[in-house]
Design a protein around this ligand. Structure first.
Ligand SMILES: [Zn+2]
Length: 81
């Protein structure tokens, strides 16, 4: 099983989904028993989610508008064919 430092080292890899089955299992086992690392990984996850969202949505447009625009585009291309 991983120690705290090893969990910390792999936390960002875990977020990126770049860890294999066993390291992931080891981390989850550690997290089940270590509140400190649970809090740490939770922090990383929040930061990771925020940066991931910042990467994908450059414009502050609500996703409903994007979906509506996509639907209109699909309808238009549907007419053409
Ligand atoms: Zn720990």
């Amino acid at each position: 099983m991983f120690r705290c430092s090893e969990v910390a080292e792999r936390a960002s890899l875990l977020m990126d989904g770049e860890l294999g089955f066993w390291p992931r299992l080891n981390i989850n086992l550690h997290l089940a028993m270590c509140p400190g690392c649970r809090a740490f990984v939770e922090q990383i996850r929040i930061t990771h989610d925020l940066t991931a969202r910042a990467d994908t949505t450059q414009d502050p447009v609500p996703s409903e508008d994007i979906n509506a625009a996509l639907e209109r585009r699909q309808m238009r291309s549907g007419w053409k064919t």
